[in-house]
Structure formats: structure tokens, C-alpha cells
Design a protein around this ligand. Sequence first.
Ligand SMILES: [Zn+2]
Length: 297
Amino acid sequence: MSTGKRKRELDLSAFPAGSITEYSTLVCLACTFDIFTKQLGLAPRTAYSEIKKYSPTVAELTARKAVPPFFDSEDKHPHCPYCQAAKRWHAQFETTRIEADKSTDVARRKLIKSLPQKEGQFQIIEAKSDKRTTFFDWLDTLDLNFDIEDDSWLLETTRACLERSEPKTDWVEVCAGLRAVRRSQRLESGWEKERDRLFLSPALYGEVLMVQYLISRSHVHGGRTLEGRLTLQELLRRLRYLGYLDAQKISAGDQFELLDQLIEKLSGGTARVKLYYLVDRRDFLEKVKSVYARYAA
Ligand SMILES: [Zn+2]
């Protein structure tokens, strides 16, 4: 999975930011034609019509680490890591995942209706999941999108977290020109902006610390947060001091049990959720055609 810029973007402006996850991956058509012609022994023409019908699975399209014949690269002129084929042999799959709920129903139906599907340009895959799993998928994409060593990391992750908890606010606008995020000493809920500083209620501030800790804990000793680098024990101490643990009615257990309960509350736990994957196959169909033309020549 990579996060490169899209060539033909879908208009997703009607969706709350937290309901959308975008994935992008490359497939090597030289490898793919090889599988169909050499391993399966098909004639190029038959291979061509089989490959055109090929629909990758959700796992292939969204894998954190791509598996052959898929690969990820941020290079401008990447080569296939398996067969070294140059860029003209690669096709890009763009996948948009929409988390279904009442706030996205109308926009989702309208968007899907607008997509060309007759010749397989778009494929819609429906899947069921639970809140906790989709929460961790979301954390994964934040991990890939933002560089933890970068100065802007704390602000970027704060904004992403707020987009998820308060989707109705335009956080891009609120966070423009922002220099610092602080815990408010007087707000009981919500947030306020004062010049270039954003003040968050203890509940929102606690959520941001949780999310930052969860994204960064595998990269650094402890996690990187608005409160500096924190071990799990230090994080829990801050959350307790904020009143966040009490507000979430979490008290008993060792530190790992506490973290697990916190994640359960923050993510929505085992509640079921329906997902729609919109797979953009346009680049794939075009490239398969041009690669076949070259193959058959
Ligand atoms: Zn290849």
C-alpha cells in the first residue's frame, strides 16, 4: 500500500474525513502475463482476456506490505522488484474505502451511481468488519501518511484525530497556521482556537494522546505525543490526571488491560460496521491493453 498522488481523483468532499480510507498499489503486468502464459500455458490472446477480468481481492489492494505481482514504490520511475520491468508495464489500482453509516449513506449512493461500471472501470466490493479493526486500519494509514520524524507530525496527527471524532468541523481550516496544541484548563468539552494555538478539552486531548501513542509506539521507545515521548505507564498516568480514565469508566487492571479497555472505548470495539471498497480499475484496463499490444506484436 502506498499513498502516492492520484491521477484521477474521485470527489469525496461530501464525506466526513474520518469515514474514508484511501489505498493505492501497483501491479506488474509483465509478471502477470508471465504467470498466465508461462505458468498456466495460455496463449497471449487468452491471457489478455483473462487478465482483463482479473479482480484483485481487498487484501491484495490494501495490504500493508504488497505481495507479488503487486508492489509499492514512491519512485517516479519505479522498476518491478520481482522482474525489473519498467514503468510502462505497471498499472495502478486506487481503492477508496467508505465506512457506511447514516452520515455517509446518501453521498455514497450518489457517488457509486456516478461511477462508470459497464466495462469494469470500477468495481464495488462490500465487506463486513468491526469498529476495532477499522480503527487499526485507520491508524496504519496515518502511520504511512505522516513522517514521525517530521516537525509537523504532532499537528498532522492531532488534526486527523479531530477529523475522526468531530467530523462536522472543517479541521483543515481550523488548523491552518496553527503552532501549538494545548490542553484547555477551563473547557469541559469541545475546543477553542486562540490566535495560533488550539485548546482542547481533556476528553479530546486524551484522545489525541492515545492516537499519537498508538501510531508511534512501534517506532520509538514509548510513543511520540503532545506531551513528549511517553512509555505506556507515563501515558496512563497523564490520562488519569486528565480525568480521561474516569470519564471512560476505566479503572481496574494492569497497564496492558487498561490500554486494551481504552482502545475498546476509543475504537467502538466489536460493533459491526459495513464497508464499501470502490476499486478504480481504469489505469489497469488501459495498461493491460497497451501491454498486450506490445506482447502480441
Ligand atoms: Zn514484474
